[in-house]
Structures are given as C-alpha cells and as structure tokens.
Design a protein around this ligand. Structure first.
Ligand SMILES: [Zn+2]
Length: 338
C-alpha cells in the first residue's frame, strides 16, 4: 500500500463534528424540497458553490440557511445516519458529534423529538457500520447563559446518549465567562465540558474557556499559538485541542494548512486531535484532514496515528471502553504496518 492508501486506512476517531454541518448536499436538496422552501440552490453543484465563505460570519450565515432547511424532527435521522456513513468511508471508528439544539427549538422543533430521531439514525449507523457516536449539546453562545440553563433543563429531562456540552456560535461578542454557572451545573450533572474558543476571536476567549469554564477540550484554539504562557497552561491542565485545519483555512482563521499551528501545539506538550468540523460545508473529510497534514506539514503515518490515539485518549468514554478502543486501534495499526 502506498503512503496515501495507508493514511486513508488508518483507524480514526472524530471528536469535533457538527451534526447539521455534516448534512450532505443531496440531503440539503431533499430537505428543501420536503419543506417546499425557496433556497438559493437547485443542484448539488450549486450547493457546493454556496458552501464557500469570505469569513467566519459569512460561514455562520450559510450555516443558518442549512438550519432553516430542517423543518421536521424526523429529518435528523437521515442526517445522523449519513454522518456515520461518510465517516465510515474514512475509517472513523468512533464519533462525538455536536448538536446545536437551541437553533432548531427556536424554529419550533421539539427537542425530544429531534433527539429521538438523531439516536435512531445513530443506532442504524452502528448496526450498518459498527461505529459508535455520542452526542454533545452546543448551547450556542448567541442565546446567552440564561438560555443555556434552559438547555440543561432539557438535558436533565431527556439526555439519552448526551455526554458533554459545548458553546459554539458567534465567538466574537459572546465571551465564555458568563457561562461559568452553566458549566458548573453541567459538571455537577456529570456532563463533560468543551468550548469553541480561539477560532473567530482572540486570546481572551481561550483564557476564558480554560480558566473561567474549566473545559477539558477546546474546539479550534488556533489563536492560542500566539501566547506561549497560554499554551503552557493548556498543556499543564491536560486540556485537549480539537484542531480542525481545513475548516480554519475555509473560514480564514489561518491562511493555509501549512501555516496551521498544530505543530506548535504538539511541541508545547499539548494533546491535539484532528477533526473535520462540518465536512461537506468545508469540502473536507477525515481522510483529507490527515492527507493535508501529511502533504503540507510533513506529518508521517506514525505521527498521524498518534493523532488518532489522542482522540481515543481524550474521548468521553468510561476508562475500560477507552482502553478497549485503544487496543483495537493499536491492533489495526500493527496489521497495517505489516
Ligand atoms: Zn466547530
């Protein structure tokens, strides 16, 4: 097998992927038709063109259009199933996916109905592809901490398969600190803690997530490379950075994968994972993420496999399940290298 073939065959774990952001172009057309919606695209090609952005705010506007296309709770089943199907093609063995429930509840959809549909899709995916997927709920920071508390009420009432919370949405203008009490309560509920930070805003946002919220993982964190002291704290506290290199290029957070700070994070002793974020919306998938790191930053197969293991080691799984998954990855890797 050549190097690229080996990279594609590596077992992978995805821990930063948005459910709605993984809607396939064909599925988006189906959603628009089902809802009888007036949308700015009619073909798969036009959807792909629609998925290009001048900056992060533009991306958020396009993402909102995708949100608007989902008009029934049951439609989430197909989206969830297809997310696993696409990941399986890249040999992703384990997923943690982010679901921005507030976006859809505010459009009139029922939280419990959506969660049931998602879990149906994930169960079908597990049966067909043998992959697991846990959920984290994105509180969507634009709605504010009071709304975040309300989302925790929903989770308390119905939380099947939910292991963590996150704050995504517009990072600029919505700092992490006001979410302190929300995160404290989530921790007491047994939920794990993640925040998007340092993608579309500055160093304060990352400090706020680490010190103000006590997160275990940071989504993106790109900006942190500008401050050695911050990288030191991230490393000391064993906070994992969920890097999404191609996404960062597409939204303009970094100029190219070659200029992504992932190496600086690793060299600073930070545990880093690699993720696809919103794969069809960024024209990427997990194989492409790994291949770009190989091509543009010289990552070897062994270094890429270490990124896979990092995702296993920082997965929100009970210790014995984590150990079993790790063993499976190591065996697969050994067989590939033979
Ligand atoms: Zn994200």
């Amino acid at each position: 097998m050549d190097t690229l073939g080996t990279i594609r065959a590596l077992p992978k774990a995805e821990q930063h992927i948005h459910l709605v952001g993984s809607t396939q172009p064909e599925t988006l057309l189906w959603l628009a038709e089902e809802g009888g919606l007036d949308v700015p695209f009619e073909t798969v090609e036009e959807v792909r063109d629609f998925f290009s952005y001048t900056d992060f705010d533009h991306f958020i506007r396009v993402y909102s259009t995708v949100v608007d296309c989902i008009t029934e709770e049951g439609q989430f089943e197909r989206i969830a199933y297809e997310m696993l199907e696409a990941g399986h093609r890249c040999n992703v063995r384990d997923f943690e996916a982010s679901f921005s429930a507030p976006d859809h509840v505010r459009k009139g959809l029922d939280y419990g109905g959506m969660l049931d549909a998602i879990n149906r899709g994930l169960r079908r995916g597990k049966r067909d592809f043998g992959v697991d997927c846990r959920l984290r709920i994105d509180l969507v920071r634009n709605y504010g901490p009071d709304y975040g508390m309300k989302v925790l009420d929903w989770i308390e009432e119905k939380g099947e398969n939910i292991v963590a919370i996150d704050i995504g949405g517009s990072e600029k203008g919505y700092p992490p600190e006001p979410y302190g009490p929300v995160y404290k309560r989530a921790r007491a509920m047994g939920l794990r803690l993640v925040a998007h930070a340092g993608e579309a805003a500055g160093l304060d946002s990352v400090w706020g997530a680490v010190e103000g919220l006590g997160v275990e993982r940071i989504g993106h964190g790109t900006i942190a490379a500008k401050e050695p002291e911050l990288m030191k704290v991230i490393a000391e506290r064993n906070v994992t950075i969920e890097a999404c290199p191609v996404s960062n290029v597409r939204t303009g957070a970094v100029a190219s994968v070659a200029q992504h700070p992932i190496r600086e994070f690793i060299d600073s002793g930070i545990r880093v994972t690699v993720n696809s974020d919103d794969p069809p919306m960024f024209g990427t998938d997990m194989n492409n993420e790994y291949i770009q790191l190989h091509r543009q930053l010289g990552f070897t197969v062994m270094e890429l496999f270490q990124l896979s293991l990092n995702a296993v080691d920082s997965a929100f799984l009970p210790e014995e399940e984590k150990a079993a998954l790790r063993e499976r990855f190591v065996h697969e890797y050994a067989a590939l290298m033979e």
